[in-house]
Write a protein that binds this ligand. Structure first.
Ligand code: IFM
Length: 467
């Protein structure tokens, strides 16, 4: 589907649909020790030889702490409704417990006020992986005590910013923290132990539920939710062993999170598979985890194809593959959203991350990243398809605003719709950004048109017509 065809889908999106761009603190901020910031597990992990592909770290990244005002101007220039960002826990409470760092808090206060002054809704995430290193010294997410430290952190941030942000997400992608951080060990904190990973995952979910309860008990009206990384799982063949493995992988990625959040249980087949590695669950934990949410965020990049014989060859489908080695599979997003809507009593859904890493070439002030542009357009169209099938979607956010530190891949992979020259820190809008800006202008024009031509008996919020 050529990018311009997406304009035909515009009427699918209601006036109040939220269009955004997303980043996370560690990936863009830099300034790891400025104004009393403490180290996070990623600061420490980056120093392990071989941990990061290009040997880099987050010390400078996009220098966002210094350049935040210009970055907010860029976001405003794109014409988005929302900016999804995360707070660095060790910037605001360096040890994860004990004294708060007022200078760190002030930074996020300025950021939120700066967004509001530019007419952009702040979507705040509390935990996008950069746990204070001091908490890791005491066991990190595998230690039940961290659950309570997280609840305090959530309360401290919400007291300060909750009246001005559009929503608060507890955790970004708990599967990544648990499995990549504690089972395969390719992400911070670099632990390789499945039982530890599963205990960590339980504590992440528990801290999410308890934080929601505490914030509501404190009287905050902000919308609260969590963000999961999900993919449809497809079996490589019809062989029973492939189908069985696919079911297990689906259990580990999707049902392990969706079942407890919405049904209050872990999936029994996965619990049996884990055996002694299954997490220790205390009485009352599952009830806390099912605390109702106001929204659920989904980060989608590709499908997974499962073979019992080992890794599936991503090139065998003949589809385009991104620089991360991920197959471009937009219809998987529709399939996923429809399934979530069908199988679980979900609140309104957001695509909180979607985008592609591609090799970019900056020439004469332009980056003709048409693969990224088409990737985004095709996925927006997939969201429209899901809405046509009855899924209640409230927003879509591009990952990412800026090229940034892509975790274990360092700076080798570029996801931004804005190019960052890491030598000069110069930002350049890529063609994908210019296209997104134009697309949002069209949506804005449609909003204005609808507002001027009210449809009898239909509120403007739901004044969306079929394409
Ligand atoms: O860069 C990450 C982000 O931090 C979390 N979701 C996936 C992105 C791309 O790998």
């Amino acid at each position: 589907m050529p990018a311009q065809d997406i304009y035909r889908r515009l009427p699918r999106f209601p006036d109040d649909f939220v269009w955004g761009v997303a980043t996370s603190a560690f990936q863009i901020e830099g300034a790891p020790t400025l104004d009393g910031k403490g180290p996070s597990i990623w600061d420490t992990f980056c120093r392990q030889p071989g941990a990061i592909a290009d040997g880099s770290n987050g010390d400078v990244a996009c220098e966002h702490v210094r350049r935040w005002q210009a970055d907010l101007d860029l976001i405003a220039e794109l014409g988005v409704d929302a900016y999804r960002f995360s707070v660095s826990w060790p910037r605001v409470r360096p040890g994860g417990t004990g004294a708060w760092n007022s200078k760190g808090m002030d930074f996020y206060e300025r950021l939120v006020d700066g967004l509001l002054a530019r007419g952009i809704k702040p979507y705040l995430t509390l935990n996008h992986w950069d746990l204070p290193d001091e908490l890791q010294q005491q066991g990190g997410w595998a230690n039940r005590d961290t659950v309570h430290r997280f609840v305090e952190y959530a309360q401290g941030i919400t007291r300060r910013l909750g009246d001005r942000v559009a929503s608060i997400t507890t955790h970004n992608e708990p599967w990544v923290i648990a499995v990549l951080g504690h089972e395969t060990g390719i992400f911070a904190p670099g632990i390789k132990n499945r039982a530890t990973a599963m205990q960590a995952t339980h504590h992440l979910l528990l801290s999410h539920g308890l934080a929601l309860q505490a914030l509501r008990a404190d009287g905050h009206a902000t919308r609260l939710g969590i963000v999961l990384n999900l993919s449809p799982m497809h079996s490589a063949t019809d062989a029973p062993e492939d189908i069985e493995k696919t079911r297990l992988e689906d259990g580990r990625l999707l049902r392990w999170y969706m079942d407890p959040l919405f049904n209050g249980t872990y999936p029994q087949d996965v619990v049996e598979f884990l055996g002694d590695d299954a997490p220790r669950v205390q009485s009352g934990d599952m009830a806390a985890i099912t605390t109702p949410m106001d929204f659920l965020g989904v980060n989608y990049y590709s499908r997974s194809v499962i073979s019992a014989q080992g890794p599936w060859d991503v090139n065998s489908s003949g589809r385009e593959v991104t620089d991360m080695g991920w197959e471009v599979y937009p219809e998987g997003l529709t399939e996923l959203l429809v399934r979530m809507h069908r199988d679980y009593p979900v609140p309104p859904l957001y695509v909180t991350e979607n985008g592609g890493a591609f090799k970019d070439n900056l020439q004469d002030g332009r980056v003709h990243d048409h693969q990224r542009r088409d990737y985004i357009a095709r996925h927006i169209s997939a969201v429209a398809d899901a809405m046509e099938q009855g899924v209640h979607m409230e927003g879509y956010m591009v990952w990412s605003l800026l090229d940034n530190f892509e975790w274990a891949s360092g700076f080798e992979k570029r996801f931004g719709i804005v190019h960052v020259d890491y030598t000069t820190q110069q930002r350049t809008l890529k063609d994908s950004a210019l296209w997104y800006r134009d697309f949002l202008l069209q949506h804005k024009a449609m909003r204005q048109h609808r507002a001027s031509v009210p449809v009898a008996g239909v509120s403007s919020q739901h004044n969306a017509v079929a394409s």
